[in-house]
Design a protein around this ligand. Structure first.
Ligand code: CIZ
Ligand code: SF4
Length: 354
């Protein structure tokens, strides 16, 4: 739906008034009405780095979700203030691993006598607290583009990996990309005593997967893949590694949002694609490539937008920009110094991955 012209004008005016003082980041999963005001678009890690490369921007308006704004605060300078236009824009996956639960898990691993062999690897989609836990215990962060390199590194440091918080990315990387078996993986459920695992099971496992998942990508099913193949003969199925293992196993191509975009850019005219990632991005790509005769459809028509990503809408963006233009700092996301230092350690290990 087209954006309200009055709001478009107000966003434009507030942004013009702020000039170089503001830098607007737009995650690939944001609405079109918001993306039109983004100075740069990307995945969460690329955006955090883009913000850090703009030290003259005093205000970083992050159109994305809470953990992304935290990551941007961690990677940007102290005098750069990160603003999240709606504080209710969280991520259900990141919320599935709290600091208390992860500390309890570490106690369970200690009790089982294996904590010293375990290296934590945490997906970018996690809170600053979880990133700090990871840094403190010798682990690294990963994205969906470098998860395999992160795991290779981790298995040089220790015998086992605790993968947080997305079980699917952890399992898909271990099994699909690294040749481990499903039996090498166990799932730690933070809502069950001892994670629902015996000490023997923990000792036998190579990958201890946290029981988290994405509420959007986790909804694509094997039926989604089978149905789209029947409906569109010759279709290429391209999915994000946050999808379930059976979906990834049945897909033709698997990769991060940046990989999905590059794959479609390079796709030949006349090709057909079913994409398993967030709907705002899939719709934009379908429109963008329609003129090049590439047919792009959403993998499963019953799956919806990421509801928390969609909380950032044009009214919230206008409110944030106008407040900043009037000199009022609103919705600042600020990670405390100690958390920031350990989280940064984990992020720096990722940056140093071979
Ligand atoms: O699923 C998400 O939220 C992704 C892909 C986030 C990111 O890292 O950009
Ligand atoms: Fe979180 Fe999934 Fe939404 Fe990404 S798409 S912000 S992982 S709930």
């Amino acid at each position: 739906s087209p954006s309200d012209p009055d709001l478009v004008e107000r966003a434009r005016a507030a942004k013009a008034k702020l000039g170089d003082k503001v830098f607007v980041l737009g995650h690939h999963y944001q609405r079109d009405e918001v993306i039109q005001f983004a100075d740069v678009t990307g995945d969460s890690f690329k955006l955090a780095r883009d913000a850090a490369a703009r030290p003259q921007a005093e205000y970083i308006v992050f159109c994305g979700v809470h953990f992304m704004a935290e990551s941007a605060d961690i990677l940007t300078g102290d005098d750069q203030k990160v603003v999240l236009p709606d504080l209710a824009a969280g991520c259900s996956m990141a919320d599935m691993a709290t600091a208390e639960q992860v500390a309890e898990c570490w106690d369970v691993l200690t009790e089982a006598g294996i904590a010293e062999q375990v290296v934590p690897v945490s997906y970018m989609n996690s809170s600053a607290d979880i990133k700090a836990f990871t840094g403190k215990h010798g682990g690294t962060i990963c994205t969906s583009s470098n998860a395999q390199r992160a795991l290779d590194w981790a298995f040089q440091q220790g015998e086992k990996v605790l993968f947080l918080p997305d079980q699917h990315l952890g399992r898909n990387t271990a099994v699909r990309d690294m040749g481990m078996s499903l039996e090498d993986c166990v799932v730690y459920n933070p809502h069950r005593p001892n994670g629902g695992l015996t000490a023997e099971e923990l000792r036998a496992a190579k990958m201890i997967l946290w029981r988290g998942h994405c509420s959007v990508h986790g909804r694509f099913s094997l039926d989604s893949v089978n149905e789209v193949r029947e409906r569109i003969p010759g279709v290429n199925v391209l999915v994000h590694p946050e999808c379930r293992h059976e979906v990834v196993a049945a897909a033709d191509y698997v990769g991060s949002t940046e990989y999905i975009i590059k794959t479609l850019e390079a796709a030949p005219a006349g090709s057909k694609w079913a994409i398993g990632t967030e709907l705002n991005l899939v719709r934009r790509l379908a429109n963008r490539f329609a003129s090049e005769d590439k047919e792009i459809v959403f993998l499963d028509r019953t799956v919806c937008f990421c509801s928390t990503m969609n909380r950032i809408d044009l009214p919230h963006l206008v409110w944030a920009l106008e407040s900043l233009a009037e000199g009022t700092l609103v919705n600042r996301i600020e990670v405390d110094k100690e958390t920031e230092a350990f989280a940064k350690l984990a992020l720096e290990r990722m940056l140093a991955l071979p």
